[in-house]
Each structure stands twice: as structure tokens, then as C-alpha cells.
Unconditional design. Structure first.
Length: 466
């Protein structure tokens, strides 16, 4: 498995893609799905925040004492609060269905500020004061909250749009108050700050300051969101790369690759692990005698079934060797029972291989014989190669012996082979199916010096279980 080609190249290309996204261009499909998912969640959250604001308005109005002698008949707070609540719930429904996108987002932004400014504007009518009265309303502070809500989507343009709408809206509110002040002696334009604070007069600098503050707040927030979005894209590309690499490598190895951890050649560690080797008997002849599509149909179906079982027992596929599989237990993740896990996997694999063989033959193929071997011991797990091409691999005598024992299946007409020491270690780790293996002491195995005490599973027994 070429980490240099698939791992390092993926992380480097991710960086290049990110560099090309200076204007937030198109992401890879998997990464775009991650960003879209985060955006949908953010829109749901922002919709609930609007609902919360509406509830706050209504509750606050309900519990606050009413100065009936100073308030006219017109009471806009419950009306606007009710509209906010209804629209907020509509937004929640749309967001949960993934429909809050396109023109709807800026449209609701305009609606939010229209309602908010309409509420503030109504205060001078409600309290029977000059128009300049509403310029001092503390409800103005909610402007910044509504701008900040747009930041949840990590889209700077929406924050900028909200800020511009807020600034233009308040400029309109100020212009209306100025126009009304021209005909109202109780609300003159002044330059005296004390007079401004203690009367209904209008201070030009104060309103300009509010508008400038809105724009500055929007600018700073947009910059922060732009930086945050860049981090979101980086994370999405990283998750996408990890997900893609997990199709080629064990997920733990994929995470190491994308994080850059331990990618230098020559890094490794000695671990107690179990090595599993599987191989399809007569596959070379099958390739020669059958069309390529049938060959690939067999191979893909076999690898999918075997790979799922290995993963479910805590194993990691080191590599696919054509029709063979090299898997490890206890290398990519610490396990107190790697040998027992491997032999449990062999029992499940043998059973599945027998069912697969019958199903493939019934579908017009031929009977498929698969051999397995497991050996445990200390192995070296790490990276080999050079800076241009790296490979995670496992090295050691257990690997060599497992490959030779798997070939012995053909000679002994067996389904699975392990050595007696491995079986004993598995039993010590809690393996309770030792009866499935038959002990055969003193066996000569091709390529192995001296005799080996084996534990074998007969093919007839595996087919009987199926």
C-alpha cells in the first residue's frame, strides 16, 4: 500500500486545493457534503435563536409592569414578538428540511431587521414622544445580535449583507427622526451631549457613531468568519481525505497519514500481534479461463465479505495481494487479545468463505476454495520506503511463517492452519473454540527448517458449518 502515492500525496493535494480556494471555490464532493452538513446545522441553530429572542420578547413584556397612564393604546411589542415567533418556527422547519438556502437566507435577514426597526420606530408612537425618542432605545443593541446570528453559517458574505442592511436601516431611521425634528421644537438637533442625553434632541455624531460601529463590527466579524471558514474547509478536506484513505487503509493508519504522524521512512515499533493470511486456491487458472468482468466480480465480492469480517473482529487489512489478503491484529490498535481475535476471525472467515463458494457457484461461477493461516508473535510495524514513496507494512517471522502455513493448506487439504504455540496463546487469551482445530505434531512445512506442530481446521468441517 503506497502511502507516498495515496497518503502523503492526499494531504499535500489537500493543501494545494485549499490554496486554490482563496475565493471559497469548489470543494471535492465528499468535503462539500461535510460543509453542507455543518451549514444546515448552523441554520437550524440560528433559527432556534430567533425563536428564543421572540420568546424572550414575549415573556419580558408579559412579566414587566405596564405604565398604563403613560402608554397609549398601540402596543407593538407583543405583535412583533408574535411575528418573530411564527417566522422563527417557519425557519426552523425549513432549516430542518435543508431548504434554508439561496435567496431565503438574505430574505429572512431583511425581514428580521425590518421587524426590529419597525418595533424600535413604533416606540415614539407607543409612548407618544417625538421620533427622536426611539434613537435612544436600548433595543438597538439587538442589531448586533442579529448580525452575529448570520455568522453561524461561516459565510462572510451573509455577515456583510446583514451588516449593510443594519447600517442602511439605521441610517433610514435616523433620517426619519431628522426630518421629524425639523417640525418639532421638542426634539431639536444639538451638539450638546448633555442636552442629547437628557432630552429628545438629536446628536448627529451619536447616530453616525452607531452606523460606523455597525459597519466596523460587521467588518471585524466578517474577517473572523473568513478565517474560521478557512479552518472549516481545512477540517472538511482533512476528514474527506481520511474517509477516502480509509477505503485503502485501516482507519487508524488513514488518520496517521492525514495527520502526518510517523510518515518518515524507517519509523516503526515492535508489537505483539497476530498475522492472518488468506488466499484463493487456483485463482491464477481461474483468471486465465474466465472473462475479466467475471474475475473482478469474484474478487470484489470476496474482498468485501472478508474485509468486513476482519474489521468486525478488530483486525486491519495490511494489503490485498491480488486474490490474497494480509491482515494484522494488534498492530494499528492495542488489543489484549490479538491472537484470540485472529482465530475467532478465521472461524467466521471460513464459514463465510464456504457460503460464498456455494453462492458463487450457484450464480454461474465455480466452487471457490479459500485457505487461511494465523501466526502470532512479535512483529515490526512501521513505514518503509523513501521520501517519495512510503508504505506501512508489518515485518517479522510471524509474517513469513503465516504465508508458508497458508500454502500448506493445499498440501494438507485443510481450510485453516496455525501453529500449536499460536493456538495455545489464543486459548490463554480466552479463545474457546480450540476444538475446531485438530493438532498435528511434527509436520514438515515447505520453506521451514525442522518440523512444526500444527493445528488445522479441515475443509469438510468448515463446509459442514456453512
Amino acid at each position: 500500500m503506497a502511502v507516498g502515492d495515496l497518503g502523503t500525496a492526499s494531504t499535500r493535494s489537500a493543501g494545494r486545493r485549499l490554496g486554490a480556494l482563496g475565493a471559497f471555490g469548489r470543494l471535492p464532493e465528499r468535503a462539500q457534503r461535510i460543509v453542507d452538513g455543518e451549514t444546515r446545522e448552523a441554520e437550524v441553530l440560528s433559527a432556534w435563536l430567533v425563536v428564543a429572542i421572540a420568546v424572550f420578547f414575549n415573556v419580558l413584556y408579559a412579566v414587566s409592569p405596564k405604565a398604563l397612564d403613560a402608554i397609549g393604546a398601540f402596543r407593538p411589542v407583543p405583535v412583533v414578538g408574535g411575528i418573530f415567533l411564527v417566522l422563527g418556527l417557519i425557519r426552523v422547519a425549513l432549516a430542518r428540511r435543508g431548504r434554508m438556502h439561496g435567496w431565503l437566507v438574505p430574505a429572512f435577514t431583511v425581514i428580521d431587521f425590518t421587524l426590529l426597526y419597525g418595533l424600535i420606530w413604533s416606540f415614539h408612537l407607543q409612548y407618544q414622544q417625538p421620533a427622536a425618542f426611539y434613537l435612544k432605545a436600548p433595543t438597538f443593541l439587538l442589531v448586533f445580535l442579529f448580525i452575529a446570528i448570520r455568522a453561524l453559517r461561516f459565510e462572510p458574505r451573509l455577515v456583510i449583507f446583514a451588516g449593510v442592511v443594519a447600517a442602511v436601516g439605521w441610517a433610514g431611521m435616523t433620517a426619519y427622526a431628522f426630518d421629524a425634528a425639523g417640525a418639532d421644537v421638542d426634539a431639536p438637533v444639538t451638539r450638546d451631549f448633555v442636552a442629547y442625553m437628557t432630552s429628545n434632541s438629536i446628536l448627529v455624531g451619536a447616530e453616525v457613531e452607531k452606523i460606523v460601529t455597525i459597519l466596523l463590527f460587521t467588518g471585524v466579524l466578517a474577517i473572523a468568519i473568513a478565517r474560521g471558514r478557512r479552518q472549516l474547509l481545512t477540517a472538511a478536506l482533512g476528514l474527506s481525505a481520511t474517509a477516502e484513505l480509509s477505503r485503502f487503509f485501516d482507519p487508524t493508519v488513514a488518520r496517521r497519514i492525514t495527520s502526518g504522524d510517523g510518515l518518515a521512512p524507517g519509523r516503526g515499533e515492535m508489537v505483539e500481534a497476530a498475522v492472518l493470511v488468506s488466499d484463493i486456491r487456483g485463482f491464477t487458472r481461474f483468471v486465465a479461463d474466465h472473462p475479466p468482468d467475471e474475475v473482478m466480480r469474484l474478487l470484489i465480492a470476496y474482498q468485501q465479505r472478508m474485509g468486513a469480517i476482519i474489521a468486525s473482529h478488530g483486525g486491519a487489512i495490511d494489503k490485498f495481494l491480488g486474490d490474497g489478503i494480509l491482515a494484522t491484529f494488534g498492530c494499528t490498535g492495542v488489543s489484549p487479545t490479538p491472537t484470540a481475535d485472529a482465530l475467532r476471525a478465521v472461524l467466521a472467515l471460513a464459514d463465510e468463505a464456504a457460503r460464498f463458494s456455494h453462492a458463487f457457484a450457484a450464480a454461474g461461477g465455480r466452487k471457490v476454495d479459500v485457505g487461511f493461516a494465523v501466526v502470532s508473535g512479535r512483529v515490526l510495524f512501521g513505514t518503509v520506503g523513501n521520501d517519495g514513496r512510503l508504505e506501512y507494512t508489518v515485518i517479522g517471522e510471524p509474517v513469513n511463517l503465516a504465508a508458508k502455513l497458508e500454502k500448506h493448506n493445499k498440501i494438507g487439504c485443510t481450510c485453516a492452519v496455525t501453529d500449536a504455540a499460536t493456538l495455545a496463546r489464543a486459548e490463554a487469551e480466552g479463545f474457546a473454540a480450540a476444538a475446531a482445530f485438530r493438532l498435528v505434531p511434527g509436520v514438515a512445512v515447505e520453506g521451514v527448517a525442522g518440523s512444526v506442530d500444527l493445528a488445522v481446521m479441515d475443509r469438510a468441517a468448515a463446509e459442514g458449518n456453512a
